[in-house]
Write a protein that binds this ligand. Structure first.
Ligand code: HEM
Length: 232
């Protein structure tokens, strides 16, 4: 083992090292969400704009860019979940005895449900990739060959099943944003930016960011289901 591998292993074994991994990978995913939302909002600009954007994503760098992004995102997601599991286990082991009463009076609801919101987001990501990237529904897969715009419209409109899909998206987005609102604030703390003075501002940034992400993502399936954005 060389010196670099040794110090990386020592860092990973320390609790602050794992916290830093959770913070940096969380930041990468938060930035991905901003980019994904910006691209998705092109649905409001119409079929041509959205399909052009989808075409760009798939052809940039001769098709290599999307694979670099996929591998990067998957690595970041695995590290985030793995470090979180290890930290939770360490915290439990350190707290040999459960508190006589739960010391969660001060903790916000978002922070208490981090594990559940995180697991729902994981389930959502699997569903979402099967829905729009792998396209296990052969009808959607056929439409996607012609137009990604039409695929998204068909994915969120047309019947009872699509209404259920929209409901699941809304629930998942709500838990995602609860997760983000606490996650962004924790990230600032881990990265050492959380002084007493800055606490209010950080709270505002975390809640504001989560709110923008929620409104943006939820608006798309809901607008399609209600017929505000239609098939061309
Ligand atoms: C209503 C909101 C959303 C819409 C309309 C939407 C739309 C899409 C579409 C159309 C694709 C397929 C891209 C392609 O392969 O051409 C996609 C992929 C993806 N989306 Fe979303 N998305 C939404 C929300 C989210 C959220 C909240 C997340 C993360 C928590 C997310 C994560 C991903 C990931 C990881 C992929 C796979 C990228 C790939 O490998 O191609 N999406 N999304």
């Amino acid at each position: 083992m060389n010196a670099l591998t040794r110090s990386a292993a020592a860092y990973w074994n320390s609790s602050i090292g794992k916290k830093l991994v959770v913070a940096v990978t969380g930041l990468a995913m938060v930035l991905f969400l901003a980019g994904h939302l910006t691209g998705n909002l092109l649905i409001y600009a119409g079929k041509e704009a959205f399909d052009e954007y989808a075409e760009f994503l798939h052809t940039a760098g001769h098709g290599a860019l999307i694979w670099v992004a996929r591998v990067g995102l998957l690595t970041v997601l695995v590290l985030h979940v793995w470090a979180t599991i290890l930290l939770t286990r360490e915290n439990k082991a350190a707290r040999k005895q459960e508190y006589a009463y739960k010391a969660t009076i001060q903790a916000s609801k978002s922070s208490r449900i981090m594990i559940w919101s995180g697991l729902t987001v994981l389930a959502f990501i699997v569903f979402h990739i099967l829905h729009f990237t792998v396209r296990t529904n052969s009808h959607l897969a056929e439409i996607a060959k012609e137009s990604p715009y039409e695929m998204v419209i068909a994915g969120f409109s047309g019947g009872f099943l699509q209404a259920l899909v929209v409901l699941f998206y809304v629930i998942a987005m709500s838990l995602l944003c609860s997760h983000i609102s606490h996650g962004v604030a924790s990230m600032f703390q881990t990265l050492g930016f959380r002084s007493k003075k800055a606490a209010g501002l950080i709270q505002l940034i975390s809640l504001g960011y989560a709110a923008v992400i929620w409104v943006g993502f939820v608006s798309i399936p809901v607008a399609i289901l209600l017929g505000f954005v239609r098939s061309n």
